[in-house]
Design a protein around this ligand. Structure first.
Ligand code: KG4
Ligand code: ZN
Length: 349
């Protein structure tokens, strides 16, 4: 079964053709990172406009790279939740139009489900563990918008057992990077700077949150206060000017110390989830932060997506759709498909 997956929930315009949920025939991702690096963050209206320009060429290239025509495509899958409103609209409106035009079944996929299913795409850990994660499993979703622990008893069965009370961990990487004067997106910048840094130089606190929930806004503030203290300024000092007072070594040491703290927090919560009385056969990581090398090294027993599939892409949307189809999910009405910028994975349908 060939599925065309379309993803436009944030600042990547992406489309891919995937066979039977695991074999990538094409995977085209056009990132808007260069545009937003200048602003230090995503501007929703600009993102939507860029999707509009890129979406059809990206889909055409996905078909071309896969040596496919529309006749070969069995279904179209598109991200309809959660994400930026204007960005989701461009992807879903395009998918609806194409489904009607080419008479294809259309499936609406939740973005976090897609991230999780990046772990079922071929090649993933095939040499180390069994080729596919085994149920029941824990999925730790670590993206720019979400930090959640999901419990899956089977395909397409999701229970949220932990979530952040405030910022997502990716957002915290992005904000810490901004304080340190490192470029957007902050995750890869922090990871790079951390390579030259001492992770034990600055002690940053772990949030006190009960159970399996998270909180990351305190960690961001802790970085800010520690930087202010290190360079000897008052808390009223403009935070965008702090970077001018830091040496490259201090930046690297802050990046390494921050990264270590974030990874430790994630690892501790995951350990708590594994000891929560639930049966757990596998642990999978999902979302942009799962590209982080220090996180991968800290969790050697876990499944991770191929690094190129950690961030937003269309292949994971097609993979998630495949498992929806084999779980009995019916296609959606292309004349009615709606977007849900904030809906959770439990309340999606
Ligand atoms: O999943 P994603 O691509 O988009 C959302 O669904 O949000 O995640 C983006 C997030 C950003 O916050 C980015 O800084 C972070 O993932 N990220 C990383 C790394 N690569 C991307 N964080 C830490 N280390 C990385 N190597
Ligand atoms: Zn994402």
């Amino acid at each position: 079964m060939l599925i065309l997956g379309i993803e436009t929930s944030c600042d990547e315009t992406a489309a891919a053709v995937v066979k039977d949920g695991r074999e990538i025939l094409s995977n085209v991702v056009v990132s808007q990172i260069d545009i937003f690096a200048e602003y230090g963050g995503v501007i929703p209206e600009v993102a939507a406009r860029s999707h509009l320009e890129a979406i059809m060429p990206v889909i055409d290239k996905a078909l071309l790279d896969a040596s496919c025509t529309w006749e070969d495509i069995d279904a179209i899958a598109v991200t309809h939740a959660p994400g930026l409103l204007g960005s989701l609209l461009i992807g879903t409106l395009t998918a609806r139009m194409l489904a009607i035009l080419h008479n294809k079944p259309l499936y609406a996929v939740h973005h976090l489900k897609s991230h999780v299913y990046a772990n079922w795409i071929s090649g993933v850990k095939a040499n180390t563990f069994s080729a596919f994660p085994q149920f029941p499993l824990l999925a730790l979703v670590v993206s720019g918008g979400h930090t959640q622990i999901l419990y899956m008893t089977g395909h397409n069965q999701f229970e949220i057992i932990g979530t952040t009370h405030d910022d997502a961990v990716g957002e915290c990487f992005d904000k810490a990077a901004k304080i340190l004067g490192l470029p957007y997106p902050g995750g890869p910048s922090i990871a790079k700077a951390a390579l030259e840094g001492d992770p034990d130089r600055y002690k940053l606190p772990h949030p006190k949150v009960d159970g399996l929930d998270f909180s990351f806004s305190g960690l961001k503030t802790a970085v800010l206060r520690a930087v202010q203290k290190e360079v000897g300024v008052l808390i009223s000092y403009p935070s965008h000017k702090l970077k001018e007072l830091l040496t490259p070594q201090q930046v690297a040491d802050f990046a390494a110390s921050f990264q270590k703290t974030a990874v430790d927090i994630l690892r501790e919560k995951l350990a708590l989830a594994m000891n929560s009385g639930r049966e757990v056969q596998s642990v999978v990581l999902a979302g942009g932060v799962s590209a982080n090398k220090a996180l991968r090294e800290a969790l050697p027993e876990a499944y991770f997506p191929e690094p190129s599939l950690s961030g937003d892409n269309g292949a994971m949307v097609a993979a998630a759709c495949y498992y929806e189809i084999i779980s009995g999910v019916q296609p959606t009405d292309p004349y009615k498909l709606n977007i849900y910028p904030r809906v959770s994975i439990e309340d999606e349908k």
